[in-house]
Design a protein around this ligand. Structure first.
Ligand code: 15L
Length: 267
C-alpha cells in the first residue's frame, strides 16, 4: 500500500495536482488549512495547520512520500510567513524524519532568486537573491531540506516554481510558465527515479525564452513537454510592452522586486 501526502491541496496548483495525481498511488492524502470538501475516490482528507506540530505529526504518519506545496504562497506579514513557511516546513521535515519518509518534493519558488537580472541564466548553484519575505522563507525551506538530506538522508527535490497557472499573462510569465501537465510529470519522475539526493529544479515548461538551466538536475530525467509559445499571440501577452529600465522588467522576480515591505503597505 503506498500513500502520497499532498499538502496545500486546496490552492490553485494543489487543486490541479489533486486531480492529476489521483490514482497514481494507492491513496492520496490531501491536506490544507482550508476545507477540502468530501474525500474523493482514493483519497483521505485531513484539515491541518502546518504550524501545529502535533497535527503535522499525525498528518505525515503512514505516508511514504510527500509533495509539500502547503504554506503561504505569496508575500504576507512576517507572522503569517513564520507560521506557514518557517514552522510549517520544519514540522513537515521533522515529521518525515520521525515517521521514516524518505523522499519529499518541496515547492520552493523563483522568488528565492528574484533579484537576478532577467539576462542572467541561472542554474541550481545560483546565489539566493530573494525579492520578498516569502522568497526568504522559501530559501529557508531549501536550506532545511539540504540539512535533512546531509544529516538524516531524507531526499528532496526543491522545485523553484515559476508561474504555474493555466496560461502565461505577460512577457515575464512567458519565460517562467510551467503547465500543470509538466508539473505532474515532474512529480512522477522525481518519485520514480532511483536516486534524487538533494537537488534544485527550476519549474518551467520548455519555453522559448528561458532564464533557467536545469543541467544540474538532468539526472532526474524530467523533460517538460509544453511551451508558453502556444500563448505568444494572446492579446494579454501582446499588449504587455514593459519599460526595460523599470525594476519590474529588469529582474526575474518582476513586480515583487519593486513592492515595498508588506508591513508598510498593509498598515
Ligand atoms: C510564486 O511563487 C507564487 O506562488 C505565484 O502565485 C506567482 O506569483 C509566481 O510566484 C510568480 O512569480 O509569478
Amino acid at each position: 500500500m503506498s500513500r502520497l501526502l499532498l499538502t496545500g491541496a486546496g490552492g490553485k496548483v494543489g487543486s490541479e495536482l489533486r486531480k492529476s495525481l489521483n490514482g497514481w498511488k494507492d491513496i492520496i492524502r490531501v491536506s490544507d488549512i482550508a476545507n477540502l470538501g468530501e474525500a474523493r475516490d482514493g483519497e483521505e482528507v485531513v484539515e491541518c495547520d502546518l504550524g501545529d506540530k502535533d497535527a503535522v505529526m499525525k498528518l505525515v504518519e503512514g505516508c511514504d512520500i510527500i509533495v509539500h506545496l502547503g504554506g503561504q504562497s505569496v508575500e504576507h506579514s512576517f507572522e503569517t510567513i513564520l507560521n506557514a513557511n518557517i514552522k510549517g516546513v520544519y514540522n513537515i521535515y521533522e515529521a518525515a524524519r520521525i515517521h521514516g519518509v524518505k523522499r519529499i518534493l518541496f515547492a520552493s519558488s523563483n522568488h528565492v532568486t528574484g533579484f537576478h537580472n532577467q539576462e542572467t541564466l541561472l542554474d541550481a548553484k545560483s546565489e539566493f537573491r530573494p525579492d520578498s519575505m516569502y522568497g526568504v522563507s522559501k530559501g529557508y525551506g531549501e536550506l532545511l531540506a539540504r540539512y535533512y538530506w546531509d544529516k538524516f538522508g531524507i531526499e528532496t527535490a526543491a522545485v523553484r516554481i515559476g508561474y504555474c497557472f493555466p496560461r502565461p499573462t505577460n512577457k515575464r510569465t512567458m519565460s517562467i510558465w510551467m503547465s500543470f501537465n509538466d508539473f505532474t510529470s515532474m512529480i512522477k519522475q522525481v518519485f520514480e527515479t532511483s536516486r534524487v539526493g538533494y537537488t534544485v529544479i527550476y519549474g518551467a515548461s520548455n519555453n522559448k525564452q528561458r532564464w533557467w538551466d536545469n543541467h544540474l538536475s538532468s539526472y532526474i530525467g524530467w523533460q517538460p513537454e509544453d511551451s508558453s509559445e502556444e500563448f505568444a499571440n494572446d492579446s494579454e501577452v501582446l499588449k504587455d510592452t514593459p519599460d526595460p529600465l523599470h525594476p519590474d522588467t529588469k529582474y526575474q522576480g518582476g513586480f515583487w522586486t519593486s513592492n515595498g515591505a508588506w508591513e508598510d503597505e498593509n498598515k
